[in-house]
Ligand binder design. Structure first.
Ligand code: ATP
Ligand code: MG
Length: 415
């Protein structure tokens, strides 16, 4: 079943107010497999609103309106829905008694124009508003339902949760939902899409969603079928192919962030990690310490921003090597990673040294160049990266890539 959402209110056509109700409603509907295929904001205009409602009910089984249910002349939603459906409205004393009760609880006196709020569209059931005065309405139509909800977000969400969700679920065809959720590091969104699109575009069910942030991509598969077994088999059929293509770039199958995945790997080995950070200034340590219980595997670290501090961490001989190689170099990254491990007593040291910009780039090391190293007393992995974007993005990508390099180092040691 498809849905449309109409947000009513001229204020949301100004830059000062945005329609957030439709985001909440979309999230709720998607959770039950209802796709929102159209949404709009309509000002307080009777003719435009009536037209929008008429179009929506002809296209979609579920039409939800928010706002415009108040007692004043510019609250037009009820009238417009009645006009679009070609039905009348009737005053309901019992609904008015409910509104009076709400006013009494709020310590206010009900006004004559609140009687407008007790007008129910013919055929409607009223939905109690426990957070405000405007009741909602639920109207079954020939091919679906039209739902009127109040505009204030607290009132809308409370009404949805208390009375609407259950009624909607009862209308929907019974279907089982099975999902797969992959988190992927170490590749860009377009590369990932090119890789897996040949698989997922062959299926409309499961629905595939690719969500990307800096250096971190989520792939969601959602399969819906009559039975749980059939949905599971379908999501598995596609999931197996996606997993084969992405391989060890998948770092989580359950939504865990990268730092937690790395923490679990370290804990499983009884190992610990320490960091030496230059251009990220502590971002990597922050990420590692984000995970509850990180003290079991995160020792701490060193923010070595200047050359002098890098040399102080490295000691005399390696300090001279840093000066000779330059701070953005494989040598420096390696020396710092080894020193972080040695100084802290951690099993692994991870280092980041690079040019976050906007200044400081050179011909050899342009802005965005970052060396990252992972060292244990057995081996070292060092890699040069060239990250796009501004200072913030370079730093975020560097911390993310360092976590991923550590993860890959741990994987390679195991194999
Ligand atoms: P009331 O009885 O409070 O007048 P109502 O149903 O008539 O209820 P509106 O007057 O349309 O609601 O909106 C009241 C307030 O709720 C708006 O000023 C706005 O701040 C907020 N609001 C309305 N619609 C939305 C929306 N779609 N998203 C977020 N906030 C909204
Ligand atoms: Mg209003």
């Amino acid at each position: 079943m498809n849905a449309e959402i109409i947000a009513v209110g001229s204020e949301m056509l100004t830059p000062q107010r945005i329609d957030t109700n439709s985001l909440y409603l979309t999230d709720q509907l998607n959770a039950y497999g209802v796709e929102v295929v159209y949404k709009c904001v309509v000002g307080d205009d009777r003719a435009l609103l009536t037209d929008s409602i008429r179009l929506a009910v002809n296209r979609s089984a579920i039409v939800i309106l928010s706002g415009g249910l108040g007692p004043t002349e510019d609250d037009l939603t009820r009238d417009a829905v009645a006009a679009a459906l070609g039905v009348g409205q009737t005053y309901h004393p019992d609904v008015f008694a409910g509104i009076e009760g709400m006013f009494a609880r709020l310590g206010r006196k009900v006004a004559e124009n609140n009687k407008r709020q007790a007008m129910l569209i013919d055929g409607a059931e009223w939905l109690e508003n426990t957070r405000g005065t405007a009741p909602g309405q639920w109207i079954r139509t020939a091919n679906g339902v039209v739902i009127l909800l109040p505009g204030p977000p607290k009132e809308l969400t409370t009404m949805y949760e208390r009375t609407v969700r259950e009624r909607l679920v009862a209308l929907l065809p019974k279907q089982a939902l099975r999902t797969r959720w992959y988190r992927v590091a170490g590749m860009g969104e377009s590369d990932l899409d090119q890789l897996i699109a040949p698989v997922y575009t062959r299926y409309t069910n499961p629905v595939t969603t690719v969500l990307a942030k800096a250096g971190d991509i989520e792939v969601h598969l959602r399969a819906r079928l009559d039975t749980a077994e059939a949905a599971e088999a379908l999501v598995n059929e596609v999931g197996v192919q996606v997993e084969a293509l992405l391989g060890d770039r998948i770092y989580s199958h359950n939504g865990d962030p990268l730092e937690k995945t790395v923490g679990l790997m370290l804990a499983a080995r009884g190992a610990t990690v320490a960091v030496a950070e230059s251009c990220t200034g502590g971002l990597l340590g922050t990420r590692l310490s984000d995970t509850p219980g990180a003290s079991a595997w995160f020792r701490g670290g060193y923010i070595v921003y200047t050359l002098a501090l890098k040399q102080a961490l490295a000691g005399d001989a390696d300090g001279a090597a840093i000066a000779a190689a330059g701070v953005v170099s494989e040598t420096t990254a390696t020396v710092l990673a080894k020193a972080a491990a040695a100084r802290s007593g951690a099993t692994y040291g991870v280092s980041i040294t690079g040019v976050a910009g906007p200044d400081g780039g050179t011909g050899e090391n342009p802005v965005g160049t970052v060396w990252i190293a992972v060292a244990s007393n057995q081996s070292v992995t060092a890699r040069r990266y060239r990250f796009p974007g501004d200072r913030g993005r370079v730093r975020t990508l560097a911390a993310q890539s360092a976590l991923d390099l550590l993860r890959r180092h741990l994987l390679s040691e195991k194999g």
